[in-house]
Write a protein that binds this ligand. Structure first.
Ligand code: PRP
Ligand code: URA
Length: 219
């Protein structure tokens, strides 16, 4: 039994969500009978719920506007300063949900796959907004297993100048959280569920299987 019922845990920069809607939707995604269509829809819904919380500290600026009644000062987001960066493939499943929240965000991509034998990440693509250095970056990937892919993707993003980075994932193994937080202690890590362990093939238990395959029906 996965114990995600202890409230939102806050361990330094690691946040594990306790919201009942998130827990329920993640539970549905774990079920092996959940269809590709349902899995994709749930991924979008969870991304919106997590994104809502992960964007809580975005900077605001005061702007003067005119309502039908009078002029007034209101708070609005401080510029178009957000980038979302899915790690291909499975991170793509979170893009629609995040863009629904921040439609002006720019989108970059890091392509990463795990070598099936060594489980080491292999980067095959990286295309980021040119002004990534001045943007608040949300890196998206549903699975944090060994942590290798997340660390390598964030290395690549930092190398191109990004400074403020958050990582959003659905399910994390303790091994992955340790590796990621040790390599990038400055990165906020938002997790919907923390699982028990990795199996001998570095898959998360109980997990949900291969996130890319479940999103795109490739198995
Ligand atoms: C999955 C997942 C992560 C990675 C996590 O991608 O989407 O990127 O594994 O594992 P790690 O923490 O041990 O690095 P995968 O390599 O299966 O590629 P895919 O998305 O193209 O299927
Ligand atoms: N990648 C996945 O998609 N699932 C896991 O459990 C581990 C890595």
């Amino acid at each position: 039994m996965v114990d995600n019922t202890k409230g939102r845990m806050d361990m330094g920069r690691v946040y594990v969500f306790d919201h009942p809607l998130i827990q329920h939707k993640v539970a549905l995604m774990r079920k092996k009978d959940t269809t590709v269509k349902e899995f994709r829809e749930l991924a979008t819904e969870v991304a919106m719920l997590m994104g809502f919380e992960a964007t809580r500290n975005l900077p605001l600026k005061e702007v003067e506007i005119e309502t039908p009644m009078c002029r007034t000062k209101v708070n609005m987001l401080d510029g178009e300063d957000i980038a979302i960066v899915p790690i291909l493939r499975a991170g793509l499943g979170f893009v629609e949900g995040m863009l629904a929240l921040v439609p002006n965000a720019k989108v970059g991509f890091v392509g990463m796959y795990r070598d099936p034998d060594s489980h080491e990440p292999v980067e095959y693509y990286c295309k980021l907004p040119k002004d990534i250095d001045r943007r608040e970056v949300f890196v998206l990937d549903p699975m944090l297993a060994t942590g290798g892919s997340a660390v390598a993707a964030i290395d690549a993003i930092k190398k191109r100048g990004a400074k403020k980075i958050s990582f959003l994932c659905l399910i994390a193994a303790p091994e992955g959280i340790k590796t990621l937080t040790e390599a990038h202690p400055d990165v906020n890590v938002f997790i919907a569920a923390m699982d028990e362990k990795l199996n001998e093939n570095a898959y998360i238990l109980p997990g949900l299987g291969d996130a890319g395959d479940r999103l795109y029906g490739t198995k």
